[in-house]
Design a binder for this molecule. Structure first.
Ligand SMILES: Cc1cc2nc3c(=O)[nH]c(=O)nc-3n(C[C@H](O)[C@H](O)[C@H](O)COP(=O)(O)O)c2cc1C
Length: 438
C-alpha cells in the first residue's frame, strides 16, 4: 500500500542570517525582509505547507546572567516582529501558508483578532497564528508584570483568550457582507453582534470591526509539551509543532494528542502534528558527517547551544560542568518539552555531548546526518512508523542561509516527491485546506 503523504513546514526566526559564514545572504542585515521573502518563495517551489516564524519578546540574560552572548553573536536578539514579516512573505507568495507567533501575554485579544483577520484577508486565507503564552519572566516584565504566571495559570488564561477571540471571529456571520447595490447595503447589521465577553481574566464588548476573512479564523498552531499544554493544543490547534526524542516518543505523543482531540469532540485528523528536525545533508554520508563535525566543532557552537537552551528554559546552563552529566533532572516554568528533549535524562551523557548530539541538541526529533538520499529515506520511514503527519525543518547551525534552504528544498524534497510521500502541488486555496488535503 502506498504511504500516506506527510506535511512539511519550516521553522525560523526574524533574526540575523548566517552572517559569519561564506554563504551569508545579506551578512546579518535581513531587516528589510527580502531574504525571508526569497526563502518563502523557495519553500513554495518545494510545496511546503507553511513557514512558521518563531518569536520572543525579550533580550535574554538567562545565560551567565548577562545579555553578552545573545547580543554579541546576534543569537535570538535582535529579533524583529514576525507579524509584518509573515504578511510580507504571504503577499509575495501565492500558495505557501505563513504562520506568525503572537503571545497572549503581549497582545490584547481584540487587537490580536483584528490583526489576524486583516492579515488573513491580505494573504488570501493563508495566515496562521502560533499561539504562545510566553515562557520567560523578562517577557512578563515587558508587559507590566513582575513574574510569569505559573504554567497552569498561563494555559487557563490562554484557554479563555482563545475562547474570546473565537467569539470575536464569530461576531460576524459568514454572509454578513451582502454588497447589495440595489438596497445600497454593504453589511447586514443583523448579522453582526457584540459578544459581551466577561471572563476571569479578559473582557471584551465586540463585535470585531473587520469583515470575515477567507478562513474565518486563522489556522491555529501550538506547541504544547506538558500534559496541560497538550490538552490545550489538542483542543484548539489545526497543527501542533513538537519536538521528541526518537520515533517511539513521536508516535506516543501523536497518539496522545489524537486521543485528547477526540475527547474534545474533534476529528483527530484535523490536528496535524509536525515534528521539528534539523537534517545535515551532503552528497555522501561522509560529506554530511564532515559538515556536521564542522558545525559542532566551531568555537562558538557549544556556548550558543547553551545560551539557546538557557533562553527557552530560564535556567542558567553556564553554571554546569561541560564534561559531566547534569547534576539532576531539571524542570522549568518555561519550555518543558524542549528541556526534556535536550537533557535526555538517564542517558548519562555529559553536557558537551548533549550539545553536539547528532539528534541536534534541543531541536531534532530524529538523527539526520547523512546523504540526501539516506536522509529522505529515513524521514519517510520514520514518518511511516509514527503514522503521520509531518515535519518542521530548522537549521542545525542556529542560523538560516539560502544554501541550507536549498539543501533541503532542492536536495531532499525532490527525492521525497519522487517517492510520492510529500506534496508535488497545492490543490487547496487556504492554509486550512492545504493542511486537511491528506
Ligand atoms: C517547535 C516549537 C516552537 C515553539 N515556538 C515558540 C515561539 O515561537 N515562542 C514562544 O514563546 N514559545 C515557543 N515555543 C514554546 C511553546 O509555546 C510552549 O511554551 C512550550 O512548548 C512549553 O509547553 P508546555 O508549557 O506545555 O510544556 C515553541 C515550542 C516548540 C516545541
Amino acid at each position: 500500500m502506498a504511504q500516506k503523504k506527510f506535511h512539511m513546514g519550516w521553522f525560523l526566526n526574524f533574526t540575523v542570517d548566517e552572517w559569519t559564514e561564506p554563504h551569508a545572504g545579506l551578512g546579518g542585515n535581513p531587516w528589510n525582509g527580502k531574504f525571508y521573502v526569497e526563502v518563502g518563495q523557495m519553500l513554495e517551489k518545494a510545496c511546503f505547507d507553511y513557514m512558521m516564524i518563531e518569536d520572543k519578546l525579550i533580550v535574554s540574560e538567562a545565560y551567565g546572567g548577562t545579555s553578552e552572548v545573545y547580543l554579541k553573536h546576534g543569537l535570538m536578539a535582535p529579533k524583529h516582529d514576525p507579524v509584518p514579516l509573515a504578511t510580507t512573505v504571504g503577499v509575495m507568495t501565492q500558495k505557501l501558508g505563513v504562520v506568525a507567533t503572537i503571545s497572549t501575554l503581549g497582545y490584547p485579544p481584540y487587537l490580536l483578532a483584528r490583526a489576524c483577520s486583516t492579515i488573513d484577508s491580505l494573504v488570501e486565507g493563508r495566515f496562521g497564528w502560533n499561539i504562545v503564552t510566553s515562557a520567560e519572566d523578562f517577557a512578563a516584565q515587558n508587559f507590566g508584570m513582575e513574574k510569569l504566571p505559573p504554567r497552569e495559570q498561563r494555559y487557563e488564561m490562554a484557554d479563555e483568550y482563545v475562547d474570546l477571540v473565537n467569539q470575536l471571529f464569530d461576531s460576524w456571520d459568514k454572509d454578513a457582507v451582502v454588497l447589495d447595490r440595489e438596497s445600497r447595503t454593504y453589511v447586514d447589521y443583523k448579522k453582526v453582534r457584540p459578544i459581551h465577553f466577561k471572563g476571569k481574566y479578559y473582557s471584551c464588548r465586540g463585535p470585531l470591526n473587520t469583515v470575515p476573512s477567507p478562513q474565518h479564523r486563522p489556522v491555529y498552531v501550538q506547541a504544547g509539551g506538558s500534559p496541560r499544554g497538550r490538552d490545550f493544543a489538542a483542543k484548539h490547534a489545526d497543527s501542533i509543532i513538537a519536538v521528541a526524542n526518537g520515533v517511539q516518543e513521536m508516535k506516543a505523543y501523536r497518539e496522545d494528542i489524537r486521543a485528547r482531540a477526540a475527547k474534545h469532540g474533534r476529528n483527530p485528523d484535523d490536528v496535524k502534528v509536525l515534528y521539528l528536525i534539523s537534517p545535515t545533508v551532503g552528497a555522501t554520508t561522509a560529506e554530511a558527517k564532515e559538515k556536521f563535525r564542522r558545525i559542532v566543532e566551531h568555537p562558538d557552537y557549544i556556548e550558543q547551544s547553551l545560551a539557546l537552551i538557557s533562553f527557552i528554559t530560564d535556567i542558567d546552563f553556564a553554571q554546569f560542568d561541560l564534561d559531566k552529566p547534569l547534576p539532576g533532572k531539571l524542570t522549568t516554568n518555561g519550555e518543558s518539552g524542549s528541556l526534556d528533549k535536550f537533557q535526555q535524562w538517564g542517558s548519562g551523557k555529559t553536557l558537551r555531548q548533549l550539545c553536539v548530539d547528532e539528534a541536534g541538541g534541543a531541536v531534532s526529533s530524529i538523527e539526520l546526518v547523512d546523504s540526501y538520499a539516506n536522509v529522505a529515506e529515513r524521514m519517510a520511514d520514520a514518518m511511516a512508523e509514527v503514522g503521520g503527519d509531518g515535519y518542521l525543518i530548522t537549521s542545525p547551525s542556529h542560523r538560516v542561509s539560502r544554501r541550507y534552504v536549498s539543501d533541503i528544498c532542492e536536495g531532499v524534497i525532490p527525492i521525497l516527491q519522487r517517492r510520492g510521500v510529500v506534496r508535488t502541488e497545492y490543490t487547496g486555496k487556504t492554509l486550512r485546506e492545504t493542511l486537511r488535503e491528506f
